[in-house]
Each structure stands twice: as C-alpha cells, then as structure tokens.
Design a protein around this ligand. Structure first.
Ligand code: GTP
Length: 601
C-alpha cells in the first residue's frame, strides 16, 4: 500500500467512556464487519474482557475508508486502528500502541467530562508526538453536556471548542464525519522505504494453533514472507512462516511496507521471544539501531498463590506455564508455606493484573486458589553494606538494617470541587505528599500526589470511590522509590510464626495490622485442649496479643450420653474436619481458617 494513503491511529479514553463501542461502529461503517457478524466489542476477544467490559490486550484492525465530504472527498484511505488497553496496570502497552500511530482520537464521555485516564492518556499521546482529535462521545444521552465539556476539553488541549467533534458510538451519529477527519487531520506515515527493515512490536499473543502472533508496525523498509527475521533486543533469529494484515480476521499478505500494520508468525511458542516494544529487522540485512522505547516489564506487586486442594499443585503449575506463554509480564516461582502448603510466589504489573490472572486460573483451568495479601518490592540496605531485594515478607533480613526503600507512584486524582477535602484526607492517611493542585474548570480539580505503591494496592481505589460518591478518578505511574520506616510484623500462634500472615508495613501502621489479624484469627481458630496465645510481633517485641481459651469439654459432652447415632455422627464430623487441619507447632488449625483470614483482609 502507498504510505500516503495510510492513517495509523488509536482511540484513547478513560475507562467506560465508550472506546470499544466506537471501534465497533467504525468496523461496521467501513464495511469490515457486517451487521450479521457484529457483536458488541468485536475486538475484545477474551471472555474475561467481554464480561468485565474492559480491554486487556491491544488489537489492530485495518479498515478501508472512502472520504465522504470535504476537499478530500472520494479519496480511498486505509485506516489502521490500534485498540489500546485502558487500565493503569497496562500503561506500558498503551504507550507502545501509541508509538505505532501518528494520531490519537481522544474520546471523552459527554455526560462525564475529563477523567484521570483522559489526562494520563493525553500526556502519553503528546509525549509520542501524536496529533490529537478531541471527540465528545455519547451525545445521545439525555444527560450529555457537550457544550460544557467542549469548553473543558478545548481548554486542556489548547484548541477551540468547535474543534471538538461530537459523536455517539451507540447510534453511529457523527462517526462518518470522524472517519473523514481522521484522514484529513492525521498525517500519513513517513519512513525510509529503501532502508533496512525496522518494525516495532506493539503486541504479541499466543494462539494454540499458530504459536505466537506478533503485531507490528513497519517504520522503515519492508518485511517479506519467508524471510528470516531478527529480534533486536535479544538477537534471536526466527523463520517467518507467514505475515499479513488483520481485517478484522487474519489475511495473508506478501509483504508489509512502510507505515503498514500487520502480524507476523514464526512458530515460536512463547511470547517472551517476541516482546512488546522490541524492534524486528531482517537477518540478511539488519538495521543498525533499534527503535527507542523498549522496556522489560517489571512486576510491581507480588502475592503467593496456593491451590486450596494440595493435589491440584501440578495442574496449577501447568496452568501458570500456559498463561505465561501469553503474558510476558507474569512472573512466578515455587514457594511453600507452613500454613498453605505448596504454591507459587507470583509477580504482577498491578492489582488488576493479579485479579485477572487469578480469575483466569480459576475459570479457564478450574482451580480453587487462595492468595496471600499482595506486597510490593522493597530494597533493604544492611549496615554491612549489602543489599537485599525483598519480594516476599519471609525474605526480610533479620540482621542490622540501615535503610529500607519502597516504590512510590505519581498519582493524579480528578475530583469535583466538593470532595477535595475527602480526597486529601485519604491521601494523607496513606502517607501521600501533595505535589500540586489545578482547577481544570470551576468545579473540577486535579490533585497530584506522590504515594507509596504499597498504600494504593490495597483498597485505595475503593476508598476513593466511596468517599467521592464515585466521582473521583485515579491514574498513577511508577516514580522511583523513597526511604521509609518499615517493619516486618510476624503473627505468632503459640509461639510459632505463621508465614502467610507476615507483612511489611509502615511502623505507624504495625500495631493496627497486628491487632486486626490477631483478632481475626482468634475468631476463626477453634479452641484446643490448651490455651493458645496469638501474638503480633516486630522482631522479639510483642505489639498485640489475643488468647484462644482451652476447651473444657469434648465434643461428645454435648450429647449428654443419649443418642448413639448422634454421637457417631459427631465423631465422623470431627474426623472429616481433621483431614484439612494444618499443624502450626502444636496447634491444629483448619486450613479454612487461614483462607478466611486471608480472603477478608
Ligand atoms: P474499556 O474498553 O474498558 O476501556 O471501556 P470502553 O471505553 O471501551 O467503553 P465501552 O465501549 O465498553 O462502553 C462503556 C459503556 O458505555 C457501555 O455500557 C456502552 O454501552 C456505553 N456506551 C458507549 N458508547 C455510548 C454512546 O455513544 N451512547 C450511549 N448512550 N452509551 C454508550
């Protein structure tokens, strides 16, 4: 295809502002998907995406469009729409998708206005030098206030309110005009057709039948079928078995030239061979320099995952191996816990990533899992000059500690004026530092905070929503680390530490954590023949204590020596219960008690 006819663009929006719905309408209007095949959110292929209504993996689709109006009327353009995931955990994937485009459609719900991810995505687009078309969506809604939000949007971007287009992804209203404007306003790709080939990987997915499918945007040169391609970050060379475009199913092609977006298949079985952000070149005539921006995705949040039924362990390991094929950001290694048995310590990009993986394991692989409280990665400097990286509270060093560092994020909260106080109170309670505050309009405020990541991976988002009646929105990005006064709190049962409950917390919060867990365990662990103290301790110092009193009567005492069948039933029940008991020192604890304590925390 002549690069002059190509327009590569993406749609960026805050979650639920209607990106997928608009994409559906474009597919229909360009005739790529007909009404019969159409189903909602055509591009969200994973079941879990469909159910949660969110886009996790990016997708790209090629659409022909003949300009209907204006001075370019009749021009046949080829539009490549690159769908981007909308959630903070996947910011890196968003930024790679943006790097594959010349333009971005910035979509804003006309009944909601600008939200935190609208800003975050806009900044990413501007960093990537993209031309931005501001669009107000959902104008069919009775609650829509397009005039008000056009002002807000124009003020933010520095354009005129009348430059903001108005569409409804639901009814299709205004969408043909938007497609015309995409051709008119976005620039065609420029690249050196004669140079050695360079293509950027913006996504790769694992397909059971075809192996890894790599999505690329060609920057320079040309990639032809049957060539040997080389991954520039690793130097790995693969035979190219097939290439093509997605329209919206895979269509084989002979070659991909400058500016084109398409897929490559090499038969490799593992997405780690084909990483987002990497540059693909041709082995026989390799490019000298890779395209910028490649980054190895690093886990930010760790959690122990354990099968509730220990005999599921081998299946669990296989399931993780399978998921890993499709998710270069998922890390895991075996670990064992006295309380929970054998499991894996897993690393995730964020909490949503954790939830998605866990849900897929349970749903697609039929596993019943329990996860330990998530923790971030700490860096501990010892007085003797050595350094320990802690991804699991049990690895926390016991020697003399000089300094501890924790990861922090730059968070942006957008909130109506009325809730500024509530938001500040929440952020301060989470050890946040206010970095700045701006009024986007008379009643909408942007607050910028530096916050410890550990403080927002719990229930920060839920708290934010409940304190602002759902009106505030949040976005954050990693922003290095800071020194913090952290301690490890152990929970001891009859003098034995229960590994699953050890946690690294700020010293001001240690007491609270200890009291809460100790009280919870007291209510969940049945009485024993002897008294069982539950203690929370920092090193040797006990900071909280609860006691499970000893039982005086045995189970049969309840029966007053009467009915023999009832007695037998009780004994059997007791035996049944014993099977799932874990021993912590001398104390028998039903596994359910650990599970209940972890799942409600
Ligand atoms: P993510 O993919 O999770 O980022 O969400 P999204 O931005 O793709 O939003 P989606 O398209 O899933 O739309 C969110 C909700 O808004 C859905 O319930 C849609 O039916 C609804 N919606 C989207 N566009 C319109 C519109 O133009 N008008 C109306 N009335 N509703 C819309």
């Amino acid at each position: 295809t002549d690069p002059g006819r190509i327009r590569n663009f993406c749609i960026i929006a805050h979650i639920d502002h209607g990106k997928s719905t608009l994409a559906d309408r474009m597919l229909q209007l360009t005739g790529v998907v007909d009404a019969r095949q159409m189903r909602d959110q055509y591009l969200d292929r994973m079941d879990i995406e469909r159910e949660r209504g969110i886009t996790i993996k990016s997708q790209a689709v090629r659409m022909p469009w003949t300009v209907r109006e204006g001075d370019q009327q009749g021009e046949h353009a080829v539009l490549n729409m690159i769908d981007t995931p909308g959630h903070v955990d996947f910011t890196y994937e968003v930024s790679r998708s943006l790097a594959a485009c010349e333009g971005a459609v910035l979509l804003v719900d006309a009944a909601q206005g600008i939200e935190a991810q609208t800003l975050a995505n806009l900044y990413l687009a501007l960093e990537n030098d993209l031309h931005v078309i501001p669009v107000l969506n959902k104008i069919d809604l009775p609650a829509a206030q397009p005039d008000k939000y056009a002002e807000e949007l124009a003020h933010l971007i520095g354009c005129r309110p009348e430059d903001c287009l108005r569409v409804s992804g639901k009814t299709g209203d205004g969408v043909p005009h938007l497609l015309d404007e995409i051709v008119r306003q976005f620039t065609p790709p420029t690249g050196d057709a004669a140079a050695p080939a360079r293509a950027m990987i913006f996504d790769s997915v694992y397909d059971v039948y075809r192996g890894v499918v790599t999505y690329v945007r060609v920057i320079d040169g040309r990639i032809e079928a049957r060539e040997r391609i080389k991954m520039m970050s690793t130097g790995a060379v693969h035979e190219l078995l097939e290439l093509g475009v997605i329209a919206p199913e895979m269509e084989k092609a002979q070659a991909l030239g400058v500016g084109e977006v398409g897929y490559l298949i090499t038969g490799v079985k593992d997405v780690r061979q084909s990483r987002v952000g990497d540059t693909v070149t041709i082995n026989s005539r390799p490019a000298k320099e890779a395209l910028g921006g490649y980054k190895d995705p690093k886990p930010m949040v760790y959690s122990g995952l354990y099968p509730i039924d220990g005999s599921d362990y081998p299946d669990f390991r296989d399931a993780l191996d399978r998921l890993k094929l499709n998710d270069a950001a998922l890390h895991y290694e075996p670990e064992s816990s006295a309380a929970l048995g054998f499991g894996f310590r897993c690393g995730f990009l964020g909490l949503l990533h954790l939830e998605i993986i866990r849900e897929r394991l349970e749903r697609e692989f039929n596993l019943d899992l329990i996860s330990t409280a998530p923790n971030v990665v700490y860096r501990v400097l010892m007085e003797d000059g050595t350094e320990v990286v802690v991804t699991n509270p049990s690895e926390y060093p016991t020697g003399k500690i000089a300094e501890v560092y924790e990861p922090v994020v730059r968070a942006t909260v957008l909130t109506p004026n009325d809730y500024v106080g509530a938001v500040m109170e929440l952020c301060q309670g989470r050890r946040g530092t206010l970095r700045g505050m701006d009024y986007l309009s008379a009643d909408r405020v942007e607050l910028r905070y530096t916050l410890p990541l550990a403080e927002i991976i719990y229930d920060f988002f839920d708290q934010l929503k409940s304190r602002t009646k759902g009106y505030a929105s949040l976005d954050y990005e990693p922003s290095g680390e800071q020194m913090a006064e952290l301690v490890k709190v152990d929970i001891l049962l009859h003098g034995e530490a229960v590994d699953a409950f050890s946690a690294i917390v700020h010293k001001d919060k240690a007491y609270n954590y200890g009291v809460t867990i100790a009280a919870k365990l007291r209510s969940l662990i049945p009485r024993q023949q002897f008294e069982v103290p539950i203690q929370a301790a920092i090193g040797n110092r006990v900071i909280a204590r609860e006691t499970i009193r000893a039982i005086r009567k045995d189970v049969l005492a309840k029966c007053y020596g009467g009915d023999i069948t009832r007695k037998r039933k009780l004994l059997e029940k007791q035996k049944e219960g014993k099977k799932r008991m874990k021993m912590v020192g001398r104390v028998e604890v039903p596994q359910e008690a650990f599970i209940a304590a972890l799942s409600t925390s």
